[in-house]
Design a protein around this ligand. Structure first.
Ligand SMILES: Nc1ncnc2c1ncn2[C@@H]1O[C@H](COP(=O)(O)OP(=O)(O)OP(=O)(O)O)[C@@H](O)[C@H]1O
Length: 265
């Protein structure tokens, strides 16, 4: 697969003045955002700040909202959610190939591509398993393979590892980073996890009051060590932006229920 970044010349994502409301509640209040091809962006924000609403708008899955603004996205967009959304009555390979034609434009066999994608995420040999026979982490791997087989220019991920245990989550970070480095789509990762954002992303956004309040570039090479003191500095800046002290206690101004810790809300 050719690196996607080289195929695109304009921003993968461009949002201009994006607004979205649910009834009288304005959730996105004029978001402007350009994501260049191949950039890995993490989106943080308190619970209810509108992260999923923004991701769904970019994915074109926001039929239940009203809004305005301009939005341009690439042709091939894949979305991964917190739950794998595999169909339980289809075997793993059939799930990966759902909606994919038997051959692609270059005549390549879809089943072969599906098997290759499963091998890439560490699921070689599990093609004929049922989703229910996979662990939670394996199901998310299969969901990543399903995205991969579509060769996305943009990968949208809404807390994809939020339901996994800490060790599995760290393994999935490594996998996602490797897939990104190999295929280089633009990525927008919605997460509650400041460590996840700092370890993976080129750039971290914090959504607040319907706008992007923080836009922080993380200029550290990959793979990053969680123990790197420089990473710790970025982490502290992000926690401060979220109104959380490094020890996890909220500073005075934090809205009720909001913390920088993974999955606590
Ligand atoms: N379908 C809907 N109908 C009405 N209100 C909605 C709907 N979806 C989201 N909202 C509201 O929009 C606001 C933003 O929700 P959203 O899910 O985007 O936040 P979030 O930052 O992703 O939150 P979390 O981190 O808890 O997942 C919330 O107040 C939520 O209640």
């Amino acid at each position: 697969m050719a690196p996607i970044a080289q195929q695109l010349t304009q921003p993968a994502v461009r949002l201009t003045g994006l607004t979205r409301s649910f009834g009288p509640r304005t959730v996105l209040d004029g978001v402007d955002l350009d994501i260049p091809p191949g950039q890995f962006v993490a989106l943080l924000g308190h619970s209810g700040s509108g992260k999923s609403t923004l991701l769904r708008a970019i994915a074109g899955l926001d039929h239940d909202t009203a809004g305005s603004g301009e939005l341009s996205t690439p042709e091939r967009v894949s979305v991964v959610f917190q739950d794998s959304r595999l169909l339980p009555w289809r075997r793993v390979l059939d799930n990966v190939l759902l909606g994919v034609g038997k051959r692609d434009a270059d005549g390549r066999d879809a089943a072969e591509r599906g098997r290759a994608a499963l091998a890439e995420v560490g699921l070689a040999g599990r093609e004929t398993a049922w989703p229910g026979q996979l662990s939670g982490g394996e199901q998310q791997r299969a969901a990543l393979a399903r995205s991969l087989v579509r060769e996305p220019e943009l990968l949208l991920a809404d807390e994809p590892f939020g339901a996994l245990d800490a060790l599995t989550r760290i393994r999935m970070h490594t996998l996602l980073r490797e897939l990104w480095q190999r295929h280089h789509p633009s990525v927008l990762l919605v997460t509650h996890d400041v460590d996840e954002a700092a370890a993976l992303a080129d750039r971290v956004l914090v959504l607040e009051h319907g706008r992007i309040a923080v836009d922080l570039t993380i200029d550290l090479p990959h793979p990053r060590s969680y123990r790197d003191p420089q990473l710790g500095e970025y982490r502290e800046r992000l926690l401060a932006a979220l109104g959380v002290r490094p020890d996890g206690e909220p500073t005075a101004a934090v809205p009720a229920g909001a913390t920088g810790h993974r999955g606590e809300d």
